[in-house]
Design a protein around this ligand. Structure first.
Ligand SMILES: *[C@@H]1O[C@H](CO)[C@@H](O)[C@H](O)[C@H]1NC(C)=O
Ligand SMILES: *[C@@H]1O[C@H](CO)[C@@H](O)[C@H](O)[C@H]1NC(C)=O
Ligand SMILES: *[C@@H]1O[C@H](CO)[C@@H](O)[C@H](O)[C@H]1NC(C)=O
Ligand SMILES: *[C@@H]1O[C@H](CO)[C@@H](O)[C@H](O)[C@H]1NC(C)=O
Ligand SMILES: *[C@@H]1O[C@H](CO)[C@@H](O)[C@H](O)[C@H]1NC(C)=O
Length: 368
């Protein structure tokens, strides 16, 4: 039910006081309260879907009953739409529209993952997204094509039993209106001895998709795919290159190749985006459970050099059993200038029954 195990392990970040090309300075912050969500949902991330419509994907999701208590079952992921947030002089809670049919996972589990709910023999397969889909095509009628990279993860309690690869899902809207459908495009697109490129974060810029995955020492490695054809063709392995020992190569490295680790990065949950304001790639993420301390790091290129992460915001924690985690950013909710960003974190508070209710505060950060 809880997800913070992925973020527990310590990663030592060095806070060097060396000069950087970009110095993010907070001008102001505006609280938008918590997401107004009809479901009890963990760890939501987002992608801009169409003009003014944002797609949210969340982890464990439950219905809330008439007494305000979460109801079983909990399903491993769901999706919703929202509009863009109101202006900062009039901050209003952002409304997530309900999932269309509660009970069906947005990213379905595969045949060998004990579908539909992932429960078998006292263990659980989880389909917990860490980041929003990579949107590679949109048209004016609301047709959208996107891809998502999902970790195939099998847990006993919160201990990982196995991670047999990472699958590529295709996420498609044929027209404006209903939530998109997500289907497995290629199972085990990355094997269990490769990096799960695209599972941690992604950013599209200059005709490439840059796809980040966690390394065993809890930093990031990056692959890039030169988008091809109308829909980007991320299912085509021939368009991929990997950053290995200081250069781009066509050969997929092993997950434990130490020369793929990008200095100053962290695989704690976070978000990548391109900032026109800073002419820079940006990573925003957290210092993980049980805090909501937000860190920012920038780089002139997707592969770095990444600046040492600096803390720029500290979110209030909850009074349930999970104080705070899943500190992420939402470039999807901005105008794309890089002048400001939205951030959320997940915390819990007790329901009347004493069970945990998830709560997702939304804050706008304007940069100097
Ligand atoms: C559950 O356990 C039984 C007996 O140990 C085994 O035969 C079966 O394959 C297991 N099922 C799954 C889906 O792992
Ligand atoms: C990495 O590249 C450097 C040259 O830039 C080379 O000296 C070194 O042997 C390479 N390391 C590996 C593991 O290939
Ligand atoms: C890296 O992983 C491969 C495949 O699991 C394994 O054969 C190899 O021994 C590992 N290398 C190191 C240095 O751990
Ligand atoms: C890490 O960030 C610091 C501060 O920006 C920088 O001085 C250092 O060179 C970076 N390390 C690497 C290996 O890029
Ligand atoms: C927990 O926090 C909520 C607000 O998020 C508040 O309404 C509630 O009274 C607090 N409960 C306790 C036991 O402090």
């Amino acid at each position: 039910m809880v997800v913070f195990m992925l973020q527990y392990a310590a990663a030592t970040l060095l806070f060097c006081a060396t000069a950087r090309a970009v110095t993010p300075i907070v001008a102001s912050t505006t609280s938008y309260g918590s997401l107004n969500d009809p479901l009890n949902r963990d760890s939501c991330s987002s992608s801009l879907w169409t003009n003014n419509v944002v797609l949210w994907v969340c982890r464990d999701s439950q219905i809330i009953d008439a007494n305000g208590n979460p109801e079983d079952p909990s399903i491993a992921n769901t999706a919703s739409f929202s509009s863009l947030p109101s202006a900062p002089h009039n901050p209003k809670p952002l409304v997530l529209s309900p999932s269309e049919t509660f009970g069906t996972l947005f990213y379905p589990l595969e045949a060998d993952e004990c579908p539909p709910l992932g429960l078998c023999n006292g263990t659980r397969w989880v389909g917990w997204p860490d980041t929003g889909p990579v949107v590679t095509f949109r048209d004016l009628n609301g047709a959208v094509n996107a891809y998502a990279f999902m970790t195939r993860q099998h847990l006993s309690g919160l201990d990982v039993i196995e991670t047999p690869g990472y699958s590529l899902y295709r996420v498609v809207s044929e027209h404006a209106g209903p939530l998109p459908t997500a289907k497995v495009e290629i199972s085990k697109f990355w094997s269990g001895t490769q990096i799960g490129y695209g599972t941690a974060a992604s950013v599209l810029h200059n005709g490439f998709a840059y796809l980040y995955g966690a390394t065993p020492n809890r930093q990031l490695a990056v692959a890039r795919a030169k988008l091809k054809g109308l829909f980007g063709s991320l299912e085509d392995k021939s368009i991929y290159e990997y950053y290995v020992n200081g250069s781009w190569t066509k050969t997929t490295p092993l997950y434990n190749d130490t020369t793929i680790v990008l200095p100053n990065t962290s695989s704690k949950q976070g978000t990548m985006y391109w900032s026109p304001k800073w002419q820079s790639y940006v990573w925003i993420g957290g210092d993980s459970f049980p805090d909501a301390n937000f860190l920012i790091s920038t780089a002139p290129k997707p592969e770095g050099p990444w600046s040492a992460p600096q803390q720029f915001y500290s979110g209030a924690v909850g009074n349930g059993s999970l104080p705070a985690y899943s500190a992420v950013a939402h470039p999807s909710l901005t105008d794309g200038t890089g002048d400001y960003i939205f951030i959320t974190w997940t915390r819990t508070r007790p329901a009347p029954s004493g069970e945990d209710l998830y709560d997702t505060p939304l804050v706008r950060v304007d940069w100097k």
